[in-house]
Design a binder for this molecule. Structure first.
Ligand code: ZN
Length: 239
């Protein structure tokens, strides 16, 4: 009998926490700026609290859904980020300049180096699991390769962005050129629809599955033995 693919569930935008070394760097930068300006104090560095608690700081509700899925599906591997994407975004590749936010992109190089090390640590954990399941001989885009890893990335999106109301409750993101992902997306949509017929589910919405991110990186590295889908939930469902 063919071995079942392993299940991996991740949550890249689970948290809006900030690492202590980033808070210290913000403080130091503010102190230096105040000295430079000859003022008593300065508050230009930092992430405003209202931004941090908003959808920009993290994927509201996503960690709860992720934890429920981990409990119920008992995946072979799970992993969630512990810091806000506003410090470093675990769902961007290092070449992408949005890996840092407007609040961290101008921080001193040594701080950014530490942030990239956090990013690397997160990615290494995931890749250690995936590479253990997909031997090098299977890392091709050949259609005949057996599926070894199914990855579900759990995310959420804000109901209204820049004044536009998003027109779905659930988005299933995948690469529409990959047969295994198309098939898995169909199964997932059918299952959700059977349980909750009123939910509006859209494919590759509000983002395209093939955009820069963790699943795209893993697809490129591990080929057809890997299938990565992202589940995007409208945050109004968590209200
Ligand atoms: Zn997300």
């Amino acid at each position: 009998m063919m071995e079942e693919p392993a299940l991996m569930i991740t949550c890249e935008h689970a948290s809006n926490a900030l690492p202590d070394f980033v808070l210290r760097t913000f403080r130091d930068c503010n102190t230096q700026e105040a000295i430079r300006r000859g003022e008593e104090s300065c508050n230009i560095w930092g992430i405003p609290e209202d931004v941090l608690v908003s959808h920009r700081g993290y994927d509201i509700g996503a960690f709860k859904l992720f934890s429920n899925l981990v409990k119920r599906l008992k995946p072979d591997f799970n992993c969630s980020a512990i810091y806000s994407r506003l410090v470093v975004d675990m769902n961007r590749s290092p070449r992408n300049k949005t890996i840092f936010s407007e609040f961290t992109m101008h921080l001193p190089d040594n701080t950014k180096k530490r942030l990239l090390a956090l990013w690397q640590k997160y990615r290494d954990k995931i890749e250690k699991f995936v590479s253990g399941k997909i031997p090098e001989s299977l890392r091709t885009c050949d259609k005949e390769v057996p599926l070894k890893v199914i990855h579900l990335g759990i995310h959420s999106f804000t109901p209204v962005l820049n004044g536009n109301e998003r027109d779905a409750d659930v988005g299933i993101l995948y690469d529409s050129k990959r047969p295994a992902e198309i098939k898995l997306a169909e199964i997932l949509i059918k299952n959700i629809q059977e349980r909750e017929p009123t939910l509006r589910i859209r494919r590759n919405y509000p983002y395209l599955g093939k955009a820069d991110g963790l699943t795209t990186t893993l697809r490129n590295k591990y080929g057809s033995a890997y299938a990565g889908l992202e589940i995007e939930i409208n945050q109004k469902l968590f209200e």
